[in-house]
Design a binder for this molecule. Structure first.
Ligand code: NZQ
Ligand code: ZN
Length: 387
């Protein structure tokens, strides 16, 4: 196992009615900015529950954070933060809203050279201060509610930043609020959480047994419960929703990735597909991951065999046959989750690969993967395999 330091201070309030807990979590003297997206929280009662919990607080609101939150929208929040002396952010929504709140929180107090918050993303300038954040999660997927990561889009750039200072202090996870999600958003969430787990698991072995077993448990939970959230008989089952929600949080709260190598090539290539063609984040992952598994079969051999045996119970046949079967089963799982597994499924073809490679180069994504050895040529091979 590799050395690591691990701390996850986000307090989780899980279950029905837990939105009320925010009234205790946010100091009464705070000046709160509620940030949210396009308005789904007004249709499913979440906004009302949040307002009810904040009756004793002084609060303002900023809405319109779009999926794949944009720099321009997020910078608009700075006006109200200054005008109203906001000192606490409450993000209510999916990963985009939580990620957006993180950038707003860091930009509000940014003091780097030149004072331009864009540098946090484009120059990876360190965040040294940020407003405190609380989160009410409405879409289980990203793990953003209890991690320090954020991804922000500006023009064709989709860039991540990370800081422990933007990790939410608390997060409310009430599975009931996920009942209003569309099938597409449920699928996206399950697939994103699945691929987060894979990015931290399917590398090379360092004998991290705890991390491996945790990861295999998350993968199996998502394989079992994900499809149920799309079937009419089981889609409103709160146990199904709870298991999906908790898996998604656990998949990217730092626990399973501590002390093990991490890949993230599927995500970095996927970000370019979103940046260039506007494809939903999770749908880029379901297209890229099977191709990464195929192209990196040799480098990932030991873990692919472990994945085949422990996650899919594939134990018959020689090594290659077992690996191929595990990759096939992964693709079948994605199909069951109704997400694309090939570039052609989203109307892209070989003519589009040049642009993606150009963008990867522009964004410095020239040495990806757990060994930093996925060059642009190998990314091209991966995208070609995904056609
Ligand atoms: O904007 P509203 O009206 O709220 O609608 C949203 C949005 O249209 C809707 N929605 C959310 N909760 C709902 C709901 N609709 C009905 N009922 C509910 N309960 O769903 C739509 C998509 O929301 P979004 O927040 O964009 O989805 P997701 O949670 O998948 O977040 C995606 C973003 O997170 C980034 C992605 O790149 C993308 O920008 N990621 C963040 C990560 C992190 N912070 O660690 C890691 C991930 O790999 C990922 O990159
Ligand atoms: Zn993701």
């Amino acid at each position: 196992m590799l050395n690591f330091s691990f701390q996850n201070p986000t307090r989780i309030h899980f279950g029905e009615g837990k939105i009320a807990a925010i009234s205790q979590e946010i100091p009464l003297d705070a000046r709160v900015l509620l940030v949210y997206g396009g308005g789904s929280i007004k249709g499913n009662g979440v906004y009302q529950q949040v307002s009810d919990a904040l009756t004793e607080h002084t609060w303002f609101e900023f809405s319109g954070i779009e999926p794949n939150p944009t720099y321009d929208t997020l910078m608009k929040a700075q006006e109200i933060i200054k005008a109203e002396n906001i000192d606490y952010l409450l993000a209510v929504g999916g990963g985009s809203v939580v990620d957006g709140a993180k950038f707003i929180a860091a930009a509000a107090l940014y003091e780097g050279e030149g004072g331009d918050p864009w540098d946090i993303l484009v120059k990876q300038q360190a965040v040294t201060k940020a407003l405190p954040i609380g989160a009410v999660l409405t879409l289980p997927a990203t793990g953003s509610e209890s991690n320090g990561n954020s991804v922000v889009t500006r023009d064709e750039y989709k860039l991540p930043f990370s800081s422990p200072l933007v990790r939410p202090l608390f997060a409310v996870l009430d599975p009931i609020v996920t009942l209003s999600l569309s099938e597409r958003q449920i699928s996206n969430g399950v697939v994103d959480a699945f691929v987060h787990t894979i990015e931290q698991y399917l590398t090379y072995s360092v004998n991290g047994k705890v991390q491996d077993r945790f990861s295999e448990g998350l993968l199996q939970t998502l394989i079992e419960e994900g499809p149920k959230a799309l079937l009419s008989d089981t889609k409103d089952d709160l146990d199904v929703r709870s298991n999906i929600m908790w898996s998604a949080t656990m998949a990217l709260n730092g626990l399973i990735g501590a002390g093990v190598p991490q890949d993230w090539s599927t995500h970095m290539i996927g970000h370019e597909l979103t940046g260039a063609f506007g494809i939903d984040h999770a749908r880029t992952l379901s297209i890229v991951l099977p191709a990464v598994m195929k192209v990196r079969k040799e480098q990932k051999r030991e873990k692919l065999l472990q994945y085949a045996a422990r996650v899919w119970q594939v134990t018959d046949g020689d090594d290659n046959a077992r690996i191929d079967q595990a990759i096939r089963l992964t693709e079948e799982f994605f199909k069951k989750m109704q997400v694309p597994t090939r570039l052609s499924h989203v109307d892209l073809g070989s003519k589009d690969i040049d642009l993606l490679i150009e963008r990867l180069e522009q964004h410095g994504m020239t040495a990806l993967g757990e060994n930093d050895d996925i060059t642009l040529a190998i990314s091209r091979e991966i995208l070609t395999k995904a056609l």
